[in-house]
Design a protein. Structure first.
Length: 191
């Protein structure tokens, strides 16, 4: 009987030890699984954040390009008006007409002042939009971003020397940006 008790006790002790070891291994494995799930969850959260940021970038870039095109069209119209007024004031016959009609001077001055004010406001809007776009096309290694920036700099240069923007240049910018947006959308979609 003593041998039987010893065998039973020995079996019982080895069972308890096996259960303790098994429990410790399960706790360790569960901790590893939890940590792995936390890492996967964090990676998914970061991926969603990147995806949301990319979608926001796409939307904002599209909006800024549309604003720039509208602003450039307004600028071209105002620039033409402004130059017409300036040419009119530089024309000797027109100056004589104005001298003979003081009410015409006040009327033309008012039109000139309003056009000049609109012109400066539009110029400020364009400069602001260009600055934002320059910040949005930040990737110096991306050839498409470089091409877009080149067109944006051309527009900025035209403004600085008070020139109209060639519509071909604006069309080229639109084509470049459309390609960039399409490529970025493919990244969002995971294609």
């Amino acid at each position: 009987m003593n041998n039987l008790v010893i065998v039973l006790m020995s079996s019982l002790i080895s069972g308890v030890i096996a259960a303790i070891i098994s429990g410790i291994i399960n706790v360790i494995n569960n901790n590893k699984t939890i940590k792995m799930q936390e890492r996967v969850s964090e990676m998914q959260r970061k991926e969603r954040l990147i995806e949301n940021n990319r979608i926001q970038w796409l939307s904002e870039t599209r909006k800024l390009i549309a604003e720039l095109l509208i602003e450039c069209s307004k600028f071209n119209i105002l620039n033409t008006k402004f130059k017409n007024y300036t040419e009119k004031l530089n024309d000797e016959k027109e100056r004589e007409k104005l001298i003979n009609d003081p009410s015409k001077i006040a009327e033309d001055y008012k039109k000139f002042s309003e056009t000049y004010k609109e012109f400066l406001e539009e110029l400020t809007k364009i400069q602001s939009t260009i600055t934002l776009l320059r910040l949005y096309f930040y990737d110096e290694d991306n050839m498409q971003h470089k091409a877009a920036l080149k067109k944006i700099y051309e527009i900025n240069h035209a403004i600085n020397i008070n020139q109209k923007f060639p519509s071909e240049s604006l069309d080229e910018l639109v084509d470049i940006v459309r390609k960039i947006l399409a490529d970025e959308m493919k990244k969002v979609e995971g294609v």
